[in-house]
Design a protein around this ligand. Structure first.
Ligand code: SF4
Ligand code: MG
Length: 322
């Protein structure tokens, strides 16, 4: 297969348990049937508001969370039901980068030990001096100094700590990195430094990224293609250019209209959505967006639209395009 990653109809339903006997009384449909692909060397951005299921989706792709249903094919291998021992061998191929590198880094460890930890976890046989060489190389790759390996995380700024997090993720030479709100805690100027670093590393290592963020500007900066999630569903996916220039889904249109415009002369009219996002424990019948969609019609309340290609590479789940 030409795709590095192929996700089909992925679902995560968390049971809601009540009462003394902890009976299951319902399900939170955190991810409700998401399909997409990622190519080698590509960055797929996933954008959506908090609670839309994007982090849950990312954790399932990393296989740190069991899917309820659907399939994940990585590099031609179906990893959905793979045994823990087979999965262990594949683990180094995918890594994750999180939002707050300060809290995710153990304060007592030196930078050297933090970056070398993945070698130990994955039983990579290296001598002390080989580990040291690797750590120095990784630090320099992410723009830090060799001497930094003897320091501790609290001695670094937020941006530097994210560089350490990236060095750690790179240690095992992964093929796919899932970055979940990786720059959201950083100042805007530092954000673009980290995004540029990640873009350089992608070329250098032929990496693929799934870049998850609530921030449209950040996703626009780094992505080749962008998927939009709403209430556990992927409602639109397209190349960055196509999505930002010709958004098709009414939810994407509203999201883009609310984002600050870099050039005033291309400002869109702001679309203000009515009401709140429904609870994923009780999602609406039909189109998940129909309760807030300014363009909803009868069919939307009865049937659920599926992703369909409207123009080359531009897919949308909306009855307006059928
Ligand atoms: Fe709106 Fe209907 Fe399209 Fe859903 S299917 S986004 S409710 S027009
Ligand atoms: Mg999240």
């Amino acid at each position: 297969s030409e795709h590095l990653l192929e996700v089909k109809d992925l679902k995560k339903y968390f049971p809601i348990k009540r009462g003394f006997f902890r009976h299951t009384v319902g399900h939170v449909k955190a991810v409700d049937g998401v399909s997409f692909t990622v190519n080698t060397g590509e960055t797929l951005g996933i954008v959506g508001e908090s609670g839309c299921g994007k982090s849950t989706m990312g954790r399932m792709v990393m296989r740190v969370l069991e899917p309820t249903d659907g399939s994940i094919v990585f590099n031609g291998q179906n990893i959905t039901d793979m045994s823990p021992s087979s999965l262990r061998k594949l683990r180094k191929d995918f890594q994750m980068i999180f939002q707050d590198p300060y809290s995710s880094l153990n304060q007592k460890m030196t930078i050297r030990d933090l970056i070398a930890e993945p070698f130990h976890i994955h039983g990579v046989q290296l001598s002390k001096s080989e580990v040291d060489n690797e750590v120095v190389k990784l630090l320099e790759t992410v723009g830090l100094r060799a001497m930094d390996r003897f320091r501790h995380p609290h001695e670094f700024s937020g941006g530097q700590r994210q560089r350490i997090g990236i060095a750690r993720a790179l240690a095992l030479n992964p093929r796919l990195i899932v970055a979940d709100e990786a720059v959201s805690a950083l100042d805007v100027s530092i954000q673009s430094q980290i995004l540029n670093l990640m873009t350089d590393l992608r070329r250098q290592y032929n990496l693929s990224y799934i870049f998850i963020s609530h921030n449209l500007a950040v996703v626009k900066h780094i992505s080749d293609r962008v998927g939009v999630m709403y209430l556990g569903n992927l409602v639109e996916i397209a190349t960055k250019q196509s999505l930002f220039q010709k958004p098709l889904h009414p939810y994407t249109e509203a999201l883009l209209s609310a984002a600050p415009q870099p050039k005033r002369n291309v400002s869109r009219d702001r679309i203000v959505l009515q009401g709140d996002v429904p609870s994923p424990a009780n999602p609406p019948q039909g189109c998940p967006f129909h309760t807030r969609c300014p363009k909803a019609f009868d069919r939307c309340r009865q049937e659920r639209p599926v992703l369909k290609e409207v123009t080359a590479g531009h897919q949308v789940a909306c009855f307006l395009y059928e």
